[in-house]
Design a protein around this ligand. Structure first.
Ligand code: PMV
Length: 330
């Protein structure tokens, strides 16, 4: 009754921004992401008859409160699916800066879903696993796959048709992502709260949703053709549209800091000087920069030299879920 799984986080090029069902985590639009090999979570789940409640350790620290409640809520889904009502010890090691717009929840819930279902003896298909993972954290359902993945929003009210599917595998295209970590700390509005406020109050939300199908179609063409300019332009514009919806919300908010804007301007300057690069930003101040391998040195140098940038972490396209032996869990 135990298993260990590793999942990588992902960065959306077409963002998931807005829910049509809060409880089941059903989105208002399809989204598309790259799985990143640079950031991962390894999770070990042991179901133990002697436990009287679930216990959760993150990076060796015992966790209580909201984070632990989310783990239990997710494990309840797994127990219901398996028809086995045993509590679990969950140990996660997270190699993703938590809650700073790096979607640590994506690799976290993908690893939890994979390890817990395996531990309890469920043998789920990727589609089933993605659908289940979605109910822990929306963006996590894309991390089941390596390469590029698309989360299909689905139409059904029960969410049975809302899960991610692979677009192209990891080896299709060696595109890179630099994650620019700013010195300033935690975001103030969670993605959950930010989406809710946007859906309920932003007059720009309708325009956002309506713009998605065209973006999706073009970016998928760009990915298949390995057209960096096409993919970068659509991803950057899609990110700007998502963030524009937050400025129209009531009360208005933004995830950007002054350094966020400086990084965006640096990316534009790089482009103007002949180095192809495009940015994207999630629900936090950090910026991710898309680039091609031949420009890695210049990209890293330019981003690192910006005042207010704490770190630049480079990543390649990553793989999907892998299962590890218990001995791999340090
Ligand atoms: O799944 P969550 O609650 O971490 O939401 C993620 C939302 C964005 O990161 C902003 C966009 C996305 O598609 O990942």
């Amino acid at each position: 009754m135990k298993a260990t799984a590793k999942a990588h986080t992902n960065i959306a090029l077409i963002k998931y921004w807005g829910k049509r069902n809060e409880e089941l985590i059903l989105p208002t639009n399809n989204s598309l992401s790259i799985t990143l090999d640079g950031f991962h979570t390894i999770t070990n789940v042991s179901f133990k008859e002697e436990l009287t409640n679930d216990v959760f350790y993150l990076n060796d620290s015992f966790v209580q409160g909201e984070q632990a409640d989310r783990v239990t809520k997710f494990l309840n889904l797994v127990r219901d699916l398996a028809g086995r009502y045993v509590f679990a010890e969950v140990k996660s090691v997270n190699a993703v800066p938590t809650a700073a717009g790096f979607a640590s929840s994506a690799s976290g819930f993908a690893a939890l879903a994979a390890a817990s279902t395996k531990a309890v003896g469920l043998n789920l298909s990727d589609e089933q696993l993605s659908r289940l993972t979605r109910q822990g954290s929306g963006s996590a359902c894309r991390s089941i796959y390596g390469g590029f993945a698309e989360w299909q929003k689905g139409e059904k009210e029960d969410g049975s048709d809302s899960f991610a599917v692979p677009v192209v595998a990891k080896d299709h295209w060696d595109i890179r992502v630099a994650a620019v970590v700013l010195s300033s700390k935690m975001k103030k509005v969670s993605s959950r709260a930010g989406m809710k406020r946007t859906v309920e109050t932003s007059p720009f939300f309708k325009g956002w949703v309506e713009s998605i199908p065209a973006d999706l179609q073009s970016i998928k063409e760009g990915i298949l053709e390995r057209d960096f300019t096409k993919v970068g332009e659509i991803a950057e514009a899609n990110c700007l549209k998502m963030h524009a919806t937050t400025l129209g919300a009531s009360p208005p908010f933004t995830y950007w800091l002054d350094t966020t804007v400086t990084v965006m301007q640096t990316v534009k300057q790089l482009r103007d000087s002949g180095i192809p690069a495009y940015f994207t930003i999630d629900a936090g101040p950090n910026v991710k920069v898309l680039y091609l391998p031949e420009y890695e040195v210049q990209i890293k140098q330019a981003l690192q030299s910006i005042q207010g940038v704490a770190d630049v972490k480079l990543s390649r396209v990553g793989q999907g879920i892998t299962y590890l032996g218990d001995e791999d869990f340090a």
